[in-house]
Each structure stands twice: as structure tokens, then as C-alpha cells.
Write a protein that binds this ligand. Structure first.
Ligand code: UDP
Length: 455
């Protein structure tokens, strides 16, 4: 790449779901703070909900996935992905050309690895291409091993031994590895993330080197891995940076009445429950969660998205209105950072896991799909910041098990160990993004490359 005379310009291409938009937008803010111009390319449904907070440093532009809001909702993955690839490649190329004509030439496309064609577009236009992984390095090792044919799931019976990882049981593997039928197209999407990555200029991972040293070092042998996390707004890592408090672009409307309610609770007393933006729990699981909350008697804040609300047991909130609060979406970072939160019952989505690790909140993992089981395994056995709840029958985790887990995290002997680990990981993740920390250095290296023209 030629030495850039103008301010370097990155185009960021996230897959259009909340758990991918959040870390990529936050990464964009870090780059913008270091002098990089950012264009964030999203679908029309998100563009309209753009927040003003970051608009001075980051412009939001629209690309197409070939669908409208109405047709997208009904599209299944095996049909959605190729349509998106075609319409997305065309509209992204047009966008980059348009920006060039306007004197805002793009230098690098940072593409979500769920959209591996982003690299092909970058290359065709003579630009840098940098991959962005929204899952951990450890989970990357599992998918990469499948991509390279190093792991044959047909023969997975008991333990799986992979380089850089602890021994994993079948139930610790990402769900789509062994169950490909229930969600067609998901396995291929996850494995195809590595298409071309070995040749990309950088492969960013939203993780922290010190959390996964061995796994990161192993991946580095095959691709230019740079851990750059945790991608949470700076305010939560340094209270002086009040301006950067929220992620910025949301598909859901947060209800911040819960912050007032939290103010009235005692320190470390509240159970916070959220299963992220996509999980669709079985009705019986909602019943078990509700029973758990009643049995513990502890104050709770429960996020139940509007699309899930009909699964709540009838009358539950009338009975429990003195005990807790249900909201359809909350400002999760503000909630996790609040000192009244004592336990997080979570699906262990990677963002939620990293947020809880960074803000020092012990977890009860109730994984639903995808890499969540693997994250839960690490939370319990590697980072020792929580426990994983085991399903009784089928996929539902019963209330007895949930009550046991909550007690273990909030009151039991192990809660002290978790509390100490919470302080350790909080310090360590903050250190990674502080100036000169492992993630900051990796971001700086990328910025210097863009500014100086070295690859
Ligand atoms: N989140 C939020 N408010 C909520 C629930 C979730 O802001 O009420 C955010 C959360 O902080 C995280 C993201 O949504 O950044 C969810 O990502 P995650 O990877 O945890 O789960 P996914 O939604 O992808 O399953």
C-alpha cells in the first residue's frame, strides 16, 4: 500500500445483528479516536436508528442485502446469505466508488467474518482487507479446525482435544457443530468465516490476549490475529471518559426506568437476567426462571424482549411486582456496571460474557445456541467467574438447578473466589485497552500501518 497523504479511511462492514454491530461500532470509535475516518456500512433498517453521539467522527452509510424489512424477517439463512453476498458486494462496491468520487477514498475494509465476501470486494478495489471476528479466539480454534478438516465431528463421542484449548466435552462445543439440522446454513456460515482470512492484512478478534493467551498464540501461526477487546465503551473502563457510555446503534429501544429502580436496591443484591437479542426460550424455561426468582426471594431485573413476553407465566408480574422488574430491553452496560448487581443469569453470548468479565459480574450460564456453551465452559472452568447450569431433561434447565447456581454465585464458598477473580479480570481487561496495553498496542499497530503504509 502507498503511503497515505490523507487521513486514513476505514469502511466497517458488520453483519446486521446487535451482537455484531455493538463490537464493530465500538472498535470504530477507538479507531476514530486515533485519527481514522470511519464509514459504518449498515442496512436501511439500522441507518434510521443512528444515534447522534458519534456522528461527528463516524458516518453511517447504507448498503443492501437484497431484502426489505418485510421480506428479510421471513428469509432463511441458506437463501439469505447468497442474496446478501450478491446485493451486498454490488452495493458495497458502489458505495466505495461514491466515496472515492466525493474525495473520501477508502483505504481499508474491515469486514465481519460472517460476510467473507467483504474481503473480495476490498481486494478487487485494491484496498486493504481486515477481518473482524465477534467470537473468542478459543471458539475460533474450533471453527478453524473444522474449516481445515482437523476436527472430524462425525467421530466426536467424548472429549475433543484441540491445540490451545482445554479438553472439551461434546456439550461444550458450539451447538451447530453437532446439530446442523435445526438451523440449516448456520454451520456453513460459521466455518466459512475463515475463507480468505489467512490472506487478510489483519484478523481482529473482540477478545483480550490475557484471557486466552494459548489460543491466541496458536491462531497467530495461521493468520494475522490481533485481539482488540473488550470493545465496551470507554466510560466503563475509565470513569473520567463520560462521553462514551453507550454502544450507539440499537435495534431495540432501551427502557432506562430500570436505572431508577436499581438505585433503590442494596449493593450486590440484584439478579440480572438477559438472554440477548436473539434467543427464543421454551415456554417451560420461562416458567423455571420465574419459579427460581420467586424461590430465591432476591430482587431481580429481567429483560424479556416483546417477542418473548407472551411466554411469561400468567400473573407472574402481578405477584412479583414488589420483588423485581421486567423490561423489554435495557442499557445492559449501565446495568452491569451498577453496584447493586450481584449475579447475571446469561445465555453467555460472547458480548454479554466479555461485558460481565470486564465489569466484574459473576455469571450463571444458561447457554441457548451457537458458541454460548463454549463460552459458559470457559466462564466456569477457565476464568472461574461463574457456573454453568445443567439442563434436566431436553434443553430446559430446571428451577432447582438454577436456584443452586444462583446461591453458589451469590452466597456459596465459591462466590468469594469468583469475587477475587472478578477484580482480577476487571483490572486485566481495563489494562488491555489502556494506552500501551495488549489491545491498545494492536489497534495502534493497525493505525500506524494505515498511516505509514507498511503491511
Ligand atoms: N444488550 C443490551 N440490552 C439488553 C440486552 C442486551 O444492550 O437488554 C446488549 C448487550 O450489552 C450485548 C448485546 O446486546 O452487547 C448482545 O450480544 P450478545 O453477544 O451477548 O448476545 P446475542 O444478542 O448476540 O445473542
Amino acid at each position: 500500500m502507498e503511503k497515505t497523504q490523507h487521513k486514513p479511511h476505514c469502511l466497517i462492514l458488520p453483519y446486521p445483528i446487535q451482537g455484531h454491530i455493538n463490537p464493530m461500532l465500538q472498535f470504530s470509535k477507538r479507531l476514530a479516536a486515533k485519527g481514522i475516518t470511519i464509514t459504518f456500512a449498515v442496512l436501511e433498517n439500522l441507518h434510521t436508528s443512528a444515534d447522534d453521539e458519534f456522528s461527528s467522527s463516524i458516518s453511517v452509510e447504507t448498503i443492501s442485502d437484497g431484502y426489505t424489512s418485510a421480506t428479510r424477517a421471513a428469509a432463511l439463512l441458506p437463501e439469505y446469505l447468497p442474496t446478501f453476498q450478491k446485493a451486498g458486494s454490488e452495493s458495497l462496491t458502489q458505495l466505495i466508488e461514491k466515496l472515492r468520487e466525493r474525495g473520501r477514498a477508502v483505504d481499508c475494509v474491515v469486514y465481519d467474518t460472517f460476510l467473507p465476501w467483504g474481503l473480495a470486494v476490498a481486494r478487487n478495489m485494491g484496498l486493504f482487507g481486515a477481518a473482524f471476528f465477534t467470537q473468542s479466539c478459543s471458539v475460533n480454534i474450533i471453527y478453524y479446525s473444522l474449516f481445515k478438516g482437523l476436527l472430524n465431528v462425525e467421530v466426536v463421542e467424548r472429549e475433543v482435544l484441540l491445540p490451545g484449548l482445554p479438553e472439551l466435552g461434546a456439550s461444550d462445543l458450539p451447538s451447530f457443530v453437532l446439530d446442523r439440522e435445526t438451523h440449516p446454513g448456520s454451520f456453513e456460515l460459521l466455518v466459512d468465516q475463515f475463507e480468505g482470512v489467512e490472506d487478510s492484512n489483519f484478523a481482529f478478534v473482540n477478545s483480550v490476549y490475557e484471557l486466552e493467551e494459548e489460543a491466541t498464540d496458536w491462531l497467530k501461526k495461521f493468520m494475522s490475529v490481533k485481539t482488540i477487546g473488550p470493545t465496551i465503551p470507554s466510560m466503563y473502563l475509565d470513569k473520567r471518559l463520560q462521553h462514551d457510555k453507550n454502544y450507539g446503534l440499537s435495534l431495540f429501544k432501551p427502557d432506562d426506568t430500570c436505572m431508577k429502580w436499581l438505585q433503590q436496591q442494596s449493593p450486590k443484591s440484584v439478579i440480572y437476567i438477559s438472554f440477548g437479542s436473539m434467543a427464543k426460550l421454551e415456554e417451560q424455561q420461562m416458567v423455571e426462571l420465574a419459579t427460581t426468582l420467586k424461590l430465591t426471594g432476591k430482587p431481580f431485573l429481567w429483560v424479556v424482549r416483546s417477542s418473548e413476553a407472551s411466554k411469561l407465566p400468567q400473573g407472574f408480574m402481578d405477584e412479583a411486582s414488589d420483588q423485581g422488574l421486567i423490561v423489554s430491553w435495557c442499557p445492559q452496560l449501565e446495568v452491569l456496571a451498577h453496584d447493586t448487581i450481584g449475579c447475571f443469569i446469561t445465555h453467555c453470548g460472547w458480548n454479554s460474557t466479555l461485558e460481565a468479565l470486564s465489569l466484574g459480574v459473576p455469571m450463571v450460564g444458561v447457554p441457548w445456541w451457537s458458541d454460548q456453551a463454549t463460552n459458559a465452559k470457559f466462564v466456569m472452568d477457565v476464568w472461574k467467574m461463574g457456573v454453568r447450569a445443567c439442563p434436566d431433561k431436553g434443553d430446559v434447565v430446571g428451577h432447582e438447578e438454577l436456584v443452586r447456581c444462583v446461591k453458589c454465585v451469590m452466597e456459596g464458598e465459591r462466590s468469594e473466589e469468583m469475587r477475587l477473580n472478578a477484580m482480577k479480570w476487571k483490572e486485566l481487561t481495563k489494562g488491555a485497552v489502556d494506552e500501551g496495553g495488549s489491545s491498545d498496542k494492536n489497534i495502534q499497530e493497525f493505525v500506524s500501518t494505515l498511516m505509514g503504509g507498511e503491511t
